[in-house]
Every structure is written in structure tokens, then in C-alpha cells.
Design a protein around this ligand. Structure first.
Ligand code: SF4
Ligand code: SF4
Length: 644
């Protein structure tokens, strides 16, 4: 095995170990047929739910229940068989996200994993695949596709030949899933039908015992059974928040809740108002929120009688596309432009005194990064803001049961198949999620698709770049490459600023991506000072002066003249001027420079014009550091003695 693969494998292994470490413990009560959070619940028989780490189970809501039942029906092509795995009386169906190239969940019924539902990118549709308890039931009842094989054991990737199959019901088509059991009844597995009535084993395991429950259940029962435990956790969270505010010495009038309209922030909102009474709610309308979420947030603030602080990304996402191109998982310029920037601006406008305490609904089960995040933290992009979460230790199931217990009004989008709310074209979305947006919101989607189409044409990309939403990565990950092959081969570059400086008499160039920005004319006067003239930078105005150190800079109405005999300084000055040119020409009015300047030396008036207060500037360059236009810009500077 080659060294890079070893490193990657080690990383995956470490990640998996970390996931196991943080994995949630949720139990199934066999007598009541409901999930419980305590192993010793009422001294009844409670068994741990064995699901893939981190086991952040969530309820299947209306859309998910319908989709799951439909997929089972499609797989079995027979209602009765489908109902063996998913009886009609089961109200509680749990889903657990699992790693896969697109959206995929374990389906948990009666506390046991019966199968996976996953979005098959190649076939471009949702599918069902039985596993563990599902495979057992198929074999017990001899329903669907199955095979009893004359082998002592089965292992992954083994190909079972027709002659080894003792009893079966095999599919006519290739690629269908088949439940397998060895004749001795010790091993079970799942295979795929391949040519010649053979089966390729995809997964095999020692046969497990799956208790038969056969009792109906309901979410109401689950909420009631867990009521005391949920209230005790709520109480712990309230106390935690009060202690944080006390310890940090932050008064109540400097505390607010960040509310996105999602379930976690709703639970956080309810807990926070119990901890501090009526505190303001901050909502960031990124400009790419689904309309239901915007309406829902406003309605909730109104209903609860809370002040709503509205941050707004306005149209900046679409304006930013011209400069940045589509956002990607490895190129999240959008988070700075439509999230951090408007949030900081709204906080600064509302709270004159700092620090402020922002209460957010963040949980450790959401990601590895969040699992190891402290429960009180600061963010370098949000100066003066301390954040905390009262639900760090909560699982998604706990959040849902708490919301059911509180009879809280939940964003309707959850019942329509959306699990992750927020920006509707987030590059972190999976194809299945984007398909749902395209179907439900054709008008919104056509705007995005026509942008992607023009970008695709301009960059000579394949149509599959849009079909498989490959814009979500700059550098495509291995699983997408493996799945999509040649279709996935193209990677895109970040915006690049090329500066070519030619010493002496000559024409130097500044180019940004493909658009020509300006012209540098370098002359060496008799004094041997390098005379740098940058034309077409008229709009830069007096910004230039902040880059002056011991180098003389003059400017008239047309030119900037920089005098130095140092090549490196020429490079530095030319780069700085080019950066300023980018800021002036492509400014998105995000105000990150304004809100981060420690000297209040930059003002942005209502018409979007930037004013620079030269006398206040300390030349710290924080404004350049914080400007999102420059954060993702790769700059290449070259100094030549003569034109090549
Ligand atoms: S951030 Fe620093 S360099 Fe930029 S305007 Fe403010 S003081 Fe000047
Ligand atoms: S110059 Fe300032 S307002 Fe404009 S994009 Fe950069 S940080 Fe935002």
C-alpha cells in the first residue's frame, strides 16, 4: 500500500475512534416499544440501540415516514412484505445519518436497524437496502430477495455461485440487494445480484437475535415516559447559562439568543428565555434562506413577545458570485460574506457595550469539530462576542422530544423533508437535499441554475458538473471521483491576482483572473530610485497612504508614485496597491473592515461609499486581513529586469 493511502486510512480510523468516543447512548424499552435515555428506566428491560456512531438519532417526520414506507414498498413490490419490516402501527421510526457519498440514513424500528435509505447518485434516486434486523426478518419470513447458501461462512466481497445456492428468490435484474444466510444458520449478510445468478457479498455478520415486540407505540408515549429526565436536563441547561453569565459578569441587557429557525436554536431559545426572561433574538437572513424560515422566525419572535434583531446578507451572496465564483465546501467565502459579516454588523449596531453573550444552539453530536469545542468560546471574526451553548451534550432525539414536550411550534420545513435548514444552496448540502429545493422552489432554483450554467460555459465544464452538483468542491474528494469517474475530474482554482513588475522603462501588468485590472509603469530615474506609477487606480484615493512606511509615496489625480531602491519594497507596495484595488473595485459592502478596524478609521455611508479617516489609521492592516475578498485571493508577484 502506498504511503498516502496509509495516512488517509489512519485519519479515517482516528476519526472513527473519535466518533465512537463521543457516541450517544440511547436505549430501547422493550416493554413499551419506545426510546428512553436511561439504561435503568423504571427497572424495565432497556437495551442500547446499536447504531453507527455518533448515534445522533432523529425522528422520521411526516415526509420521511412517507418516503421510507415508499422505498420499502418499491423494494418488496408488495405491501405485506414491506410491513413485516415496518409495521403500520409503528409511529416511532428513527433515522441515523451515516457516512456515504450522498444522503443516507439507518432506519431504526423497534430499536433495531432494519436497513438503510440512501440517495443513489448514479441512479439519481432514493433506494432502500435491508440490513441486520431487516435481513433477519426477510430470511425468517422468506419474503423479498433472499438466498440460503451451502457455505460454512460468508465474507465480504466473496462471490457466491449458483451451485452454492440451496434455496432462493433472486431478482431478475442486476444490482438488487439480496439477504443471505448460511445453511448452518450462523452467518447472515447482504449481497448484490450479479450476472449468472451469482451474488456478491457486500457485508456479512454473525446472526443476531432480534427481539419480537409487536406492540404499537407513539411519540406521545415516548415524551411522557421521558418527561422527568427531559425536565432535569432542561434545568441543568438553565443553570449552566445563568452560571456562565454570572462568571463572565455579563448583565442581562447584553445577552441575546441566535435563532436560525432550526430545531436546535428553538430548544435553545426556550431554555434561554427560561434562564433570563425576555431577551432579544438575533436572526441572520443570509439572503438565501427559504421563505418559510424567514416568516417562521418573525412569527415566533412575535408570538413570544421578543425583540427581533435582524442581520441581513441582503443580495451579497449573488453579488459575491461575480468575484468568487460558486462557493464550495473547501471554499466557503459565503460564510464570511453572508453570515459573519452581517451578524457582526447587527451586533455592533444593537449593543454599544461589549462583551455580549450570544447563546447558540450548538451540539457536540453535529460534527467532530463541535464534539471537541468548549461550551463557551470566542470567534476571531466576532470581536467582543462570547458564545455559549446550553445544549452541547444534547442529542437530536433529546431536542425533538423536548420540543414535543414543550408543544413548541416547529418550522414546517422539517415535516417537508428538510433536515438541515439555513442557506438553500449551501455547498455542504447533498444532491438529495438540493433536488428537494429544486423541486419545491423552482423559481429560486432556476436563478441558481442559470448562474451555474453561465459559469459552466465560461469555464468549459461538463454538464454533469451541474447535474451532480460538483460545484460543491474545488478539489473533488475521493468518494466522488470513484463514483463519478471522468465526470468528476475537473478541479477549479481560487481567484488569482497576478502582478508582473518590469524594472526600468516598461509596462508591468496587474491581472485578476481573466480581467485586466491596471497597468504598472516602472521607470528608473537618474537618482536610481524606482519610480512606480500605477494607472487606473484613481478610485483608490487616499487609502494608499496607509501603506507608507519609510518609502515615499506621492499621488496626483491620476498616478501613484512610489520611490524606493528596494525590489522587495516595490513588490510589497505593488501587492498592497493591487489589494486595495480589489477592495475598491469589488467591495461587497459587508463592513467586515469597518467593524474590525480598531481605530474606527473606515466608514461606509448609506450609499455604500467608503470613507477612510487617514488621521485615525494606525496602519495595522487588520482591514486587509478581514476583507473576505482578500481572504481567498492567491497573489503571485514577479519582478523582471526586462520584459520576457
Ligand atoms: S484596520 Fe488598521 S490599517 Fe485598516 S484602516 Fe483601520 S487602523 Fe488603518
Ligand atoms: S472592503 Fe470592507 S466592506 Fe468591502 S468587501 Fe472588503 S471588508 Fe467588506
Amino acid at each position: 500500500m502506498s504511503p498516502p493511502l496509509k495516512v488517509k486510512g489512519a485519519k479515517v480510523c482516528t476519526m472513527y475512534k473519535a466518533l465512537i468516543k463521543i457516541s450517544a447512548r440511547i436505549y430501547w424499552n422493550l416493554e413499551r416499544n419506545i426510546p428512553v435515555f436511561r439504561e435503568n428506566f423504571k427497572e424495565e428491560v432497556n437495551v442500547p440501540i446499536k447504531a453507527t456512531p455518533p448515534c445522533d438519532l432523529r425522528p422520521a417526520l411526516r415526509f420521511d415516514v412517507e418516503l421510507t414506507r415508499k422505498l420499502l414498498l418499491e423494494y418488496f413490490n408488495d405491501r405485506k412484505s414491506a410491513e413485516v419490516l415496518l409495521p403500520p402501527h409503528e409511529e416511532i421510526i428513527l433515522l441515523n445519518k451515516i457516512p456515504y457519498p450522498d444522503l443516507a440514513d439507518e432506519i431504526i424500528v423497534e430499536g433495531q436497524v432494519i436497513g438503510h435509505r440512501f440517495f443513489d447518485i448514479r441512479r439519481y434516486r432514493w433506494r432502500f437496502k435491508p440490513i441486520y434486523a431487516g435481513v433477519s426478518k426477510i430470511l425468517d419470513k422468506r419474503i423479498g430477495f433472499y438466498a440460503i447458501v451451502n457455505l460454512p461462512r460468508i465474507t465480504r466481497l466473496y462471490v457466491i455461485h449458483r451451485s452454492d445456492i440451496l434455496e432462493s428468490n433472486l431478482p431478475q435484474t442486476k444490482g438488487e440487494y439480496v439477504a443471505i444466510e448460511t445453511k448452518n444458520g450462523i452467518y447472515q449478510g447482504l449481497g448484490k445480484s450479479i450476472r449468472g445468478d451469482r451474488i456478491k457479498v457486500l457485508k456479512a455478520w454473525r446472526k443476531r437475535r432480534h427481539p419480537e415486540i409487536g406492540k404499537s407505540n407513539s411519540w406521545r408515549e415516548a415524551v411522557e415516559a421521558n418527561r422527568d429526565w427531559l425536565l432535569s436536563k432542561e434545568n441543568e441547561s438553565i443553570k449552566f447559562l445563568q452560571e456562565v453569565a454570572k462568571k463572565l459578569n455579563i448583565p442581562r441587557d447584553r445577552i441575546f439568543v441566535s435563532f436560525s429557525g432550526g430545531k436546535d436554536s428553538l430548544a435553545t431559545l426556550l431554555i434561554s428565555t427560561k434562564a433570563f426572561g425576555n431577551i432579544p433574538v438575533l436572526f441572520n437572513d443570509t439572503g438565501i434562506e427559504l421563505p418559510e424560515t424567514v416568516e417562521y422566525v418573525k412569527r415566533m419572535a412575535d408570538k413570544l413577545g421578543l425583540e427581533l434583531i435582524c442581520a441581513s446578507g441582503d443580495q451579497r451572496f449573488f453579488e459575491g458570485l461575480e468575484f468568487f465564483g460558486p462557493p464550495a465546501r473547501d471554499y466557503r467565502w459565503c460564510c464570511k460574506v453572508v453570515k459573519l459579516a452581517p451578524i457582526l454588523d447587527a451586533i455592533n449596531a444593537r449593543f454599544k457595550e461589549k462583551p455580549v453573550l450570544s447563546i447558540v444552539g450548538q451540539r457536540k453530536y453535529e460534527s467532530i469539530a463541535r464534539a471537541f469545542s468548549p461550551s463557551v468560546w470566542t470567534n476571531k471574526w466576532l470581536p467582543g462576542v462570547i458564545s455559549t451553548t446550553p445544549i452541547q451534550e444534547w442529542t437530536a432525539l433529546q431536542v425533538w422530544l423536548y420540543l414535543f414536550l414543550e408543544k413548541a411550534e416547529i418550522n414546517e420545513l422539517y415535516f417537508q423533508g428538510f433536515d438541515r435548514l439555513g442557506c438553500w444552496l449551501c455547498p455542504a448540502s447533498e444532491v438529495a437535499e438540493l433536488q428537494l429545493v429544486a423541486k419545491r422552489y423552482p423559481k429560486l432554483w432556476s436563478r441558481w441554475e442559470s448562474y451555474l450554467e453561465s459559469f459552466r460555459k465560461a469555464h468549459g465544464l461538463d454538464r454533469d458538473w451541474i447535474r451532480f452538483h460538483l460545484w460543491r468542491w474545488k478539489e473533488l474528494p475521493g468518494d466522488q471521483r470513484r463514483l463519478l469517474g471522468d465526470k468528476a475530474r475537473k478541479s477549479l482554482e481560487e481567484p488569482t491576482l497576478d502582478i508582473l513588475i518590469v524594472k526600468g522603462e516598461g509596462v508591468s501588468k496587474v491581472s485578476f483572473k481573466h480581467s485586466y485590472l491596471g497597468e504598472l509603469v516602472l521607470r528608473v530615474p537618474p537618482s536610481d530610485l524606482v519610480y512606480l506609477v500605477i494607472d487606473s487606480l484613481k478610485r483608490v484615493d487616499n487609502f494608499l497612504e496607509m501603506y507608507v512606511e519609510n518609502i515615499r509615496v506621492t499621488c496626483d489625480s491620476r498616478f501613484y508614485n512610489i520611490y524606493t531602491d528596494d525590489d522587495e519594497a516595490v513588490k510589497k507596495i505593488a501587492t498592497s496597491l493591487a489589494k486595495i484595488t480589489i477592495r475598491v473595485n469589488y467591495c461587497l459592502r459587508c463592513k467586515l473592515c469597518v467593524n474590525n478596524c480598531p481605530s474606527n478609521a473606515i466608514l461606509l455611508d448609506e450609499s455604500g461609499q467608503m470613507r477612510f479617516l487617514r488621521e485615525k489609521c494606525t496602519k495595522c492592516y487588520i482591514c486587509n486581513e478581514k476583507c473576505p475578498l482578500l481572504s481567498f485571493l492567491s497573489i503571485q508577484t514577479k519582478v523582471l529586469d526586462k520584459l520576457e
